[in-house]
Design a protein around this ligand. Structure first.
Ligand SMILES: NC(=O)c1ccc[n+]([C@@H]2O[C@H](COP(=O)([O-])OP(=O)(O)OC[C@H]3O[C@@H](n4cnc5c(N)ncnc54)[C@H](OP(=O)(O)O)[C@@H]3O)[C@@H](O)[C@H]2O)c1
Length: 268
């Protein structure tokens, strides 16, 4: 059963503040290894020990270094954590990616993720971005094939419009969508609404984005005894019950501050 602070993804009850690993597990420009691998593993493990049971990564982060680190971090917690990863984005230099949604490429990407995560089945596999040169039906059709082979449990799509989400959903069962959504950036409010109607998880990436905070918002945060990160996360908890946030951090203090959002009153 879904409660106020959990979302049911298949047979997994996910706590609605997860952990995004993109920055903490990589170097500058989301390239190469993090300069502090030991710390990244410790922060992820502390997150899990404090109730986080949804971890987000992607083959493009590093590339590959993030998945390898995540595998090591979650190894002692086998079966307690849902690990989501993504394919369909090629990271070719610091700060730069290009989409590739060709079915042959997606198979290579998936096989690599399975090896790095040391899994036979990926819990949740996202098409990271729609390739403008490949109809979304072909990319999603490939993921549906991998699902039939038992290599993917749930299929997700990322960085999509409502029209793309509908096309994906008419090709295969889509269980999650992952787009940017936060207090300052509500461009994908229509995708939040549509995914709720379709009973999918909406994974809010970049949830505590610190860009473009308006003075008025900072004032609200100050008055409410919340930090701006807590304000963002609390706002997402209250916005809709199918939203799961995936804040990322390399700091145990920031992690615990973020998780305290469950206990705070919104006031906005
Ligand atoms: N699907 C996609 O295309 C896509 C795109 C972007 C991101 N994502 C996913 O979304 C996750 C989160 O995205 P993101 O890292 O871009 O944005 P974010 O989680 O909104 O923000 C992360 C940044 O905020 C800081 N931070 C976190 N908590 C804080 C706190 N309590 N106080 C002060 N600073 C705090 C972190 O720095 P410190 O390390 O100093 O705490 C880090 O620099 C990623 O890890 C990734 O999994 C997916």
């Amino acid at each position: 059963m879904t409660t106020k602070y959990t979302f049911k993804l298949g047979d997994s009850e996910i706590n609605r503040i997860g952990f995004g690993t993109m920055r903490a597990t990589t170097g500058a420009g989301i390239w190469g290894d993090t300069p502090n691998r030991k710390n990244a593993i410790a922060v992820i493990r502390k997150a899990i020990e404090n109730g986080v049971n949804f971890i987000d990564t992607a083959d493009a982060y590093g590339p590959y270094t993030s998945e390898l680190l995540v595998q090591e971090a979650v190894a002692p917690f086998k079966n307690e954590v849902v690990v989501a990863t993504k394919g369909g984005f090629i990271k070719y230099q610091p700060g730069a990616v290009i989409p590739n949604g060709h079915p042959y490429y997606l198979r290579t990407a998936l096989e690599g993720s399975l090896k790095r995560l040391q899994k036979e089945t990926i819990d949740l596999y996202f098409l990271h971005k729609v390739d403008p040169n490949i109809p979304i039906e072909e990319s999603i059709g490939a993921l549906a094939q991998f699902q039939q082979e038992g290599k993917i449990k749930h299929i997700g799509v990322s960085n999509v419009t409502v029209a793309q989400l509908e096309r994906a959903q008419s090709t295969a069962q889509i269980d999650a969508v992952q787009n940017a959504f936060n207090y300052n950036d509500r461009r994908f409010g229509d995708v939040v609404k549509k995914s709720g109607e379709l009973d999918m998880a909406f994974i809010a990436h970049t949830p505590v984005s610190r860009n473009n905070w308006e003075d008025s918002t900072l004032t609200i945060a100050g008055k409410s005894n919340m930090t701006t990160s807590q304000l963002s996360l609390r706002w997402l908890l209250d916005y809709a019950p199918h939203i799961i946030s995936i804040p990322g951090t390399s700091s145990k203090d920031h992690l615990m501050e973020n998780l305290r959002s469950y206990q705070l009153e919104s006031g906005i």
